[in-house]
Design a protein around this ligand. Structure first.
Ligand SMILES: C[S@@+](CC[C@H](N)C(=O)[O-])C[C@H]1O[C@@H](n2cnc3c(N)ncnc32)[C@H](O)[C@@H]1O
Length: 304
């Protein structure tokens, strides 16, 4: 589930985001991505990514040949994460033989200037008189904010007719295989926690963001031009090992559920939760646990 709340975690969030990269690589909807490729202006566009985290998306878009020049702004409320993104992006560039040079506010990677902006989105939208972007990206983020409140301001960050790509929007379904008798109870309680969450003094989550975005985008005058599912599917290979660092990724998902529900004894009996987590942990260690999360991607244009 992307409505992943780092506020209560006791583990390495940057490692979680790095581990998520290969999961997202598989999940991102290729039909929607093809739509994005058609819409992105040629040349050196100005891209703004909100809730950019470690910056794995800018690396992906360079790797996938979607973006190669211009300016790419990584905006995030987590300063430590932005600090770590410098190192992560330098290592990624070095591994590809790309030259990277530090800049006062980010780094230059080939013809792409990457800028790091530390800001909370709601406050940024209220305060900013920003340079407008040609492309606006939010990956695994919109299910962490109050979309109806935030979306009109977000779209105003785009030039008229500018392009948005909103991806990995959680949509109310997480499945762990094999099934467990407490699955429904645990997931209903977790979804309720997402729906009630408050961060930075604002409502911060909706477990059905994906399906609701169709209407939100239409109401904001920016209906989707392409939409499709971007489900996470994580399973071990025939040797029982999960690819790359994906066992850690699933471990973080389990920890997130645990953190969200440990003080919700009214919703899930602590013994039931402990049993569910213990079984899931053993299945993960044995390479037997499959994790699926339903999500949706969208691309389109702001009104012209
Ligand atoms: C699930 S992570 C996704 C990070 C990155 N987009 C990715 O997919 O790897 C969500 C990110 O959004 C940031 N975030 C959450 N709420 C935010 C807000 N209100 N303003 C700015 N950033 C926010 C978090 O700090 C975190 O880095």
């Amino acid at each position: 589930m992307t409505g992943f709340d780092e506020g209560s975690m006791a583990f390495d969030y940057a490692r979680y985001l790095a581990a998520k990269t290969t999961v997202d690589d598989r999940a991102l909807n290729r039909h929607v991505l093809a739509g994005l490729r058609r819409l992105v202006p040629a040349g050196a566009p100005r891209v703004l990514e909100v809730g950019a985290g470690l910056g794995t998306m800018v690396a992906r878009l360079v790797d996938w040949g979607v973006i190669g020049a211009g300016e790419y702004v990584l905006l995030d409320a987590d300063r430590q994460l932005l600090d770590r993104s410098r190192r992560w992006l330098c290592d990624w560039a070095a591994a590809r033989g790309l030259r990277s040079d530090p800049l006062p506010d980010g780094l230059q990677v080939g013809d792409l200037r990457v800028r790091l902006v530390h800001a909370e989105l709601g406050g940024y939208l209220e305060a900013a008189q920003p340079e407008l972007a040609d492309v606006l990206i939010a990956n695994a983020v919109l299910d962490l904010v109050d979309v109806p409140a935030v979306l009109p301001g977000l779209l105003r960050l785009l030039v008229p007719g500018g392009v948005y790509w909103f991806t990995i929007n959680y949509d109310g379904e997480s499945i762990f295989v094999p099934g467990h008798p407490h699955d429904d109870q645990v997931m209903q309680a977790y979804h309720r926690d997402m729906d009630e969450r408050v961060r930075y003094g604002r409502p911060a989550g909706d477990s059905r963001t994906g399906r609701r975005l169709f209407g939100y985008l239409r109401d904001a005058g920016a209906p989707a031009l392409a939409a499709g599912s971007s489900d996470w599917v994580v399973s071990a290979g025939p040797d029982g090992n999960y690819p790359d660092d994906e066992a850690y990724f699933v471990r973080c998902i389990l920890n997130t559920i645990q953190n969200a529900l440990r003080s919700r004894e009214d919703r899930v009996d602590p013994a039931d939760l402990a049993d569910w987590l213990a079984v899931r942990g053993r299945q993960l260690a044995a390479g037997e646990l499959v994790y699926l999360a339903h999500q949706l991607d969208f691309t389109g244009r702001a009104s012209g």
